[in-house]
Design a protein around this ligand. Structure first.
Ligand SMILES: C[S@@+](CC[C@H](N)C(=O)[O-])C[C@H]1O[C@@H](n2cnc3c(N)ncnc32)[C@H](O)[C@@H]1O
Length: 190
Protein backbone atom coordinates (compact mmCIF):
# COMPACT_ATOMS: atom_id res chain seq x y z
CA UNK A 1 0.00 0.00 0.00
CA UNK A 2 1.59 3.23 -1.13
CA UNK A 3 1.41 6.59 0.52
CA UNK A 4 -0.65 8.11 -2.32
CA UNK A 5 -3.40 5.50 -1.92
CA UNK A 6 -3.44 6.12 1.83
CA UNK A 7 -3.78 9.86 1.27
CA UNK A 8 -6.54 9.39 -1.28
CA UNK A 9 -8.41 7.11 1.13
CA UNK A 10 -8.30 9.68 3.96
CA UNK A 11 -9.35 12.52 1.62
CA UNK A 12 -12.46 10.45 0.88
CA UNK A 13 -12.85 9.64 4.57
CA UNK A 14 -12.78 13.35 5.47
CA UNK A 15 -15.65 13.90 3.02
CA UNK A 16 -17.51 10.95 4.60
CA UNK A 17 -17.03 12.38 8.11
CA UNK A 18 -18.67 15.64 7.04
CA UNK A 19 -21.83 13.67 6.26
CA UNK A 20 -21.68 11.89 9.63
CA UNK A 21 -21.83 14.48 12.43
CA UNK A 22 -21.55 11.78 15.11
CA UNK A 23 -18.01 11.03 13.87
CA UNK A 24 -17.25 14.54 12.62
CA UNK A 25 -17.81 15.95 16.10
CA UNK A 26 -14.88 13.86 17.35
CA UNK A 27 -12.63 14.22 14.32
CA UNK A 28 -13.13 18.00 13.94
CA UNK A 29 -9.83 19.63 13.05
CA UNK A 30 -7.71 17.51 15.32
CA UNK A 31 -6.30 14.94 12.92
CA UNK A 32 -3.06 15.27 11.00
CA UNK A 33 -4.77 16.80 7.97
CA UNK A 34 -1.64 17.43 5.94
CA UNK A 35 -0.39 13.92 5.23
CA UNK A 36 2.20 15.34 2.80
CA UNK A 37 3.80 17.10 5.74
CA UNK A 38 3.83 13.85 7.73
CA UNK A 39 5.34 12.09 4.71
CA UNK A 40 8.11 14.69 4.46
CA UNK A 41 9.01 14.06 8.13
CA UNK A 42 9.08 10.29 7.71
CA UNK A 43 11.04 10.58 4.45
CA UNK A 44 13.69 12.61 6.27
CA UNK A 45 13.77 10.10 9.11
CA UNK A 46 14.13 7.27 6.55
CA UNK A 47 17.07 9.14 4.96
CA UNK A 48 18.71 9.61 8.40
CA UNK A 49 18.31 5.87 9.04
CA UNK A 50 19.66 4.96 5.59
CA UNK A 51 22.76 7.13 6.23
CA UNK A 52 23.48 4.81 9.17
CA UNK A 53 22.68 1.67 7.13
CA UNK A 54 19.43 1.30 9.02
CA UNK A 55 15.87 1.01 7.76
CA UNK A 56 12.47 2.02 9.09
CA UNK A 57 11.04 -1.26 7.81
CA UNK A 58 9.91 -3.51 10.63
CA UNK A 59 10.39 -0.84 13.29
CA UNK A 60 7.73 -0.35 15.94
CA UNK A 61 5.79 2.92 15.55
CA UNK A 62 3.47 4.13 18.31
CA UNK A 63 0.92 6.94 17.90
CA UNK A 64 -0.18 8.03 21.38
CA UNK A 65 -3.60 9.58 20.78
CA UNK A 66 -4.11 8.01 17.34
CA UNK A 67 -7.44 9.62 16.40
CA UNK A 68 -8.85 7.95 13.28
CA UNK A 69 -5.66 5.99 12.55
CA UNK A 70 -4.37 7.98 9.58
CA UNK A 71 -0.85 8.31 11.01
CA UNK A 72 -0.78 4.55 11.63
CA UNK A 73 -1.76 3.93 8.00
CA UNK A 74 1.03 6.20 6.74
CA UNK A 75 3.56 4.49 9.05
CA UNK A 76 2.41 1.14 7.66
CA UNK A 77 3.01 2.37 4.11
CA UNK A 78 6.69 2.69 5.13
CA UNK A 79 6.77 -0.92 6.32
CA UNK A 80 6.73 -0.03 10.01
CA UNK A 81 4.66 -1.90 12.60
CA UNK A 82 2.15 0.66 13.87
CA UNK A 83 0.20 0.63 17.12
CA UNK A 84 -2.16 3.39 18.23
CA UNK A 85 -3.63 4.24 21.61
CA UNK A 86 -6.87 6.23 21.64
CA UNK A 87 -9.19 6.95 24.55
CA UNK A 88 -12.24 8.04 22.56
CA UNK A 89 -14.22 4.85 21.77
CA UNK A 90 -15.69 6.32 18.56
CA UNK A 91 -12.25 7.27 17.25
CA UNK A 92 -10.65 3.98 18.36
CA UNK A 93 -13.35 2.17 16.40
CA UNK A 94 -12.86 4.54 13.46
CA UNK A 95 -9.13 3.72 13.49
CA UNK A 96 -9.93 0.03 13.39
CA UNK A 97 -12.39 0.51 10.52
CA UNK A 98 -9.86 2.54 8.54
CA UNK A 99 -7.06 0.00 9.06
CA UNK A 100 -9.47 -2.80 8.13
CA UNK A 101 -10.65 -0.94 4.99
CA UNK A 102 -7.04 -0.44 3.94
CA UNK A 103 -5.92 -3.96 4.81
CA UNK A 104 -6.78 -5.18 1.32
CA UNK A 105 -3.88 -3.00 0.18
CA UNK A 106 -1.55 -4.44 2.82
CA UNK A 107 -1.99 -1.82 5.56
CA UNK A 108 -1.45 -3.16 9.05
CA UNK A 109 -1.92 -1.65 12.48
CA UNK A 110 -3.24 -2.36 15.95
CA UNK A 111 -5.42 -0.02 17.96
CA UNK A 112 -5.67 -0.10 21.74
CA UNK A 113 -8.54 1.75 23.38
CA UNK A 114 -7.58 3.51 26.58
CA UNK A 115 -5.65 6.30 28.22
CA UNK A 116 -2.18 6.79 26.77
CA UNK A 117 -0.83 7.40 30.29
CA UNK A 118 -1.70 3.82 31.22
CA UNK A 119 1.54 2.08 30.28
CA UNK A 120 0.07 -1.31 31.08
CA UNK A 121 -1.74 -1.01 27.73
CA UNK A 122 1.47 -1.16 25.66
CA UNK A 123 5.18 -1.84 26.07
CA UNK A 124 7.01 1.36 25.14
CA UNK A 125 10.17 -0.72 24.57
CA UNK A 126 8.54 -2.26 21.47
CA UNK A 127 8.71 1.11 19.72
CA UNK A 128 11.61 2.93 18.14
CA UNK A 129 9.42 5.85 17.03
CA UNK A 130 6.68 7.49 19.09
CA UNK A 131 4.41 10.01 17.37
CA UNK A 132 2.37 12.54 19.29
CA UNK A 133 0.18 15.35 18.02
CA UNK A 134 0.18 17.69 20.97
CA UNK A 135 -1.63 15.35 23.36
CA UNK A 136 -0.21 15.11 26.89
CA UNK A 137 3.20 15.50 25.23
CA UNK A 138 5.09 16.02 28.49
CA UNK A 139 3.58 12.82 29.92
CA UNK A 140 4.61 11.02 26.72
CA UNK A 141 8.18 12.32 27.03
CA UNK A 142 8.24 11.20 30.66
CA UNK A 143 7.07 7.68 29.72
CA UNK A 144 9.72 7.41 26.98
CA UNK A 145 12.40 8.62 29.36
CA UNK A 146 11.45 6.44 32.33
CA UNK A 147 10.36 3.23 30.57
CA UNK A 148 11.69 3.42 26.99
CA UNK A 149 14.99 2.29 25.57
CA UNK A 150 17.82 4.75 24.97
CA UNK A 151 17.59 5.90 21.36
CA UNK A 152 13.78 5.89 21.26
CA UNK A 153 12.68 8.75 19.00
CA UNK A 154 9.71 11.05 19.50
CA UNK A 155 8.07 12.97 16.67
CA UNK A 156 6.05 15.84 18.09
CA UNK A 157 3.61 17.63 15.84
CA UNK A 158 2.54 21.03 17.14
CA UNK A 159 1.55 24.58 16.28
CA UNK A 160 4.16 26.61 18.16
CA UNK A 161 6.72 28.39 15.99
CA UNK A 162 9.59 27.47 18.29
CA UNK A 163 10.42 23.88 19.30
CA UNK A 164 8.69 22.92 22.53
CA UNK A 165 10.86 22.01 25.48
CA UNK A 166 10.23 18.41 26.51
CA UNK A 167 12.02 18.21 29.87
CA UNK A 168 12.97 14.54 29.64
CA UNK A 169 14.17 14.21 26.05
CA UNK A 170 16.96 15.71 23.97
CA UNK A 171 15.89 17.95 21.10
CA UNK A 172 17.34 16.79 17.78
CA UNK A 173 15.88 18.99 15.04
CA UNK A 174 12.85 20.27 13.18
CA UNK A 175 12.03 17.56 10.71
CA UNK A 176 10.26 17.51 7.36
CA UNK A 177 8.99 20.41 5.36
CA UNK A 178 7.23 22.94 7.56
CA UNK A 179 3.52 22.29 7.40
CA UNK A 180 1.25 25.16 6.45
CA UNK A 181 -0.32 24.99 9.89
CA UNK A 182 1.59 22.54 12.04
CA UNK A 183 5.23 21.53 12.28
CA UNK A 184 7.14 18.52 13.55
CA UNK A 185 10.14 18.31 15.85
CA UNK A 186 12.30 15.27 16.54
CA UNK A 187 13.55 14.31 20.02
CA UNK A 188 15.56 11.38 21.32
CA UNK A 189 15.75 9.52 24.61
CA UNK A 190 19.46 10.17 25.04
C1 LIG B 1 -4.60 15.98 17.98
S1 LIG B 1 -5.41 14.41 17.83
C2 LIG B 1 -4.25 13.55 16.85
C3 LIG B 1 -4.77 12.29 16.21
C4 LIG B 1 -3.75 11.55 15.36
N1 LIG B 1 -2.55 11.24 16.10
C5 LIG B 1 -3.38 12.34 14.14
O1 LIG B 1 -2.32 12.99 14.19
O2 LIG B 1 -4.12 12.34 13.13
C6 LIG B 1 -5.16 13.77 19.47
C7 LIG B 1 -5.94 12.52 19.79
O3 LIG B 1 -5.57 12.11 21.11
C8 LIG B 1 -6.72 11.58 21.75
N2 LIG B 1 -6.50 11.68 23.21
C9 LIG B 1 -6.58 12.77 24.00
N3 LIG B 1 -6.27 12.47 25.28
C10 LIG B 1 -5.97 11.14 25.30
C11 LIG B 1 -5.58 10.23 26.32
N4 LIG B 1 -5.44 10.63 27.58
N5 LIG B 1 -5.36 8.94 25.98
C12 LIG B 1 -5.52 8.52 24.70
N6 LIG B 1 -5.90 9.33 23.69
C13 LIG B 1 -6.11 10.63 23.98
C14 LIG B 1 -7.87 12.45 21.22
O4 LIG B 1 -9.12 11.79 21.36
C15 LIG B 1 -7.46 12.66 19.78
O5 LIG B 1 -7.97 11.66 18.94
Amino acid sequence: MGFEQTKEYFDERDAYYKLHPEICFHVQDFMTVNLDHLKSSIDELAADFAAKDLTLKGKGFLDLGCGDGRVLAVASSYGMNPVGVEHCPILAEESRINIRNLSKFGTIGTVVEGDLRNTRLYDIQDFMIVYNFLTLSIDVAKIIHSEGLPGTLMLLEHFAGEPLVLPHLKYVKRIGKNGRVSMTDLYVNA
